[in-house]
Design a protein around this ligand. Structure first.
Ligand code: ADP
Ligand code: MG
Length: 366
């Protein structure tokens, strides 16, 4: 059992508040990822959990016990950093066993645990992988919760991808609770059971990767999760009604998005959000324009389509797409795939059950 709760957790340095009152539940065996831009407070929050930073206000509960004042070494947590501290004069096995030696564990016990960790990590044959060693050092302590602070960001791209898969296997194998910090939305999407999106010391949204992708609660999450990014187009409300909110498109037509108007009324500005893969090239599409740039990636093509002066939509087309540049084309989108956001951030509540991202492109509309 290893569950962790934060209740109203705050951290200030002097008069500057860095963590602004967070509530969060991390369940037993969950892989939770803290993601957000640099400086948003991810490391600070992780260090508060580890006990390396004092919690200014609020509570940290580990397995139901208030842990604010428990010594870091007594919390049963193990942390792996980006800039891991290894002792170069020691062998890999000595490095892995170092924490145990300090803790006064017997030599036989230490050797057994190091060997087990080495087998899990296939270290026996790959003894030079320093990051694996750092993770090994955490494993031998058999912690309640593993804490990772951007452990892969020093590695090159290929190694990062393979270590990512390795960490996911490790999570499965150890059935351990893990909290993982990254600024990389791809790492968050691929590894997490639960993503916590942080921004300026506050939580923007918590959910599974697909939850956040399909139902972003606000502009920040909509823009941060997903690559290429969601298109956001500032438009005026033409009308509101029981079927949704109609916005005026660049060519003057109205598009009715099935969302609740809330306080929005005719004439207000809203942001229309459209995922690149939900826009389709179609002769009768709502957006008329010209492709000005094509990124051909083989498996797919990213088209940049100018639909009004200075307004470009990013469209994800098929790998075999042959759309010519600078010729007139039109783009179509299902209204149920569209999002509307208030200019100050929050999403307007959907009136339909949002479908999985791929469902919109299974069959053509009309
Ligand atoms: P992240 O890990 O998300 O990049 P950090 O948690 O490292 O962000 O930092 C969050 C904010 O807290 C930053 O603005 C940083 O400058 C500030 N900060 C971090 N540590 C200290 C400290 N010891 N004293 C004052 N400010 C700090
Ligand atoms: Mg950090």
């Amino acid at each position: 059992m290893a569950e962790l709760k934060l209740r109203g957790a705050r951290k200030s340095y002097g008069s500057v508040e860095i963590i602004k009152g967070l509530d969060l539940d991390v369940e037993d065996r969950e892989f939770v990822v803290f993601v957000g831009p640099s400086g948003c407070g991810k490391s600070t929050l992780l260090r508060m959990i580890a006990g390396l930073e004092k919690i200014t206000a609020g509570d940290l509960l580990i397995d139901g016990v208030r842990a604010n004042d428990i010594d870091p070494s007594e919390r049963g947590l193990a942390m792996v950093f980006q800039s891991y501290a290894l002792y170069p004069h020691m062998t890999v096995a000595e490095n892995m066993g170092f924490a145990l030696k300090i803790a006064g564990v017997s030599a036989a016990e230490k050797e057994r645990k190091v060997r087990e960790a080495a087998e899990v990590l296939q270290l026996s044959h790959l003894l030079r992988q320093r990051q694996r060693v750092a993770i090994g050092r955490a494993i031998v302590r058999n912690p309640k919760v593993f804490l990772f602070d951007e452990p892969l960001s020093n590695l090159d791209a290929a190694l990062r991808v393979s270590m990512r898969l390795e960490l996911m296997c490790l999570h499965e194998h150890l059935a351990a609770t893990m909290i993982y910090v990254t600024h990389d939305q791809t790492e968050a999407m691929t590894m997490a059971d639960k993503i916590v999106v942080l921004n300026g010391g506050s939580i923007e949204q918590v959910g599974s990767p697909l939850d956040l992708y399909i139902r972003p609660a606000n502009i920040f999450v909509a823009g941060f999760i997903g690559s290429p990014k969601m298109n956001l187009l500032k438009l005026k409300v033409a009308a509101t009604g029981p079927k949704g909110v109609s916005v005026t498109l660049p060519d003057g037509q109205a598009l009715t998005v099935p969302v609740a108007a809330g306080a929005s009324k005719s004439g207000d500005e809203l942001l229309l959000g459209m995922r690149p893969e939900h826009l389709r090239i179609s002769a009768n599409g709502q957006f008329k324009g010209r492709a000005v740039l094509a990124e051909r990636l083989g498996s797919l093509t990213i088209l940049h389509v100018e639909v009004a002066p200075e307004v470009t939509l990013v469209v994800q087309a098929e790998g075999g797409d042959r759309t010519p540049l600078h010729s007139p084309i039109a783009l179509d989108i299902s209204p149920s795939a569209c999002h509307l956001f208030r200019t100050d951030g929050p999403a307007l509540a959907s009136l339909c059950n949002r479908r999985e991202p791929w469902a919109h492109s299974l069959k053509p509309e009309n």
